[in-house]
Design a protein around this ligand. Sequence first.
Ligand code: SF4
Ligand code: SF4
Length: 73
Amino acid sequence: MSKKMKLHLIESVRCKSCGLCVEACPKQTLAIGSDLNPQGYAYVIQVAPEKCIKCNVCRIVCPDVAIGVIEAN
Ligand code: SF4
Ligand code: SF4
């Protein structure tokens, strides 16, 4: 039986650049980038993905369901 992988995803089109996830991430892996999404917001990016522990805190705090961890085969 294959073990499910945890993938960290960012839905950049939903991000409103509030910065809550950047503040909440315990590993400081997130930052507001310089590129804009179609709504004109500078969206969040993972600047140190190797440090991400996939704790899902970013998903819990995001008011726009724009970021988080999913399980995939
Ligand atoms: S899953 Fe956890 S460690 Fe990874 S970016 Fe989100 S808050 Fe940070
Ligand atoms: S909490 Fe959500 S909306 Fe706010 S910066 Fe992070 S991903 Fe974007």
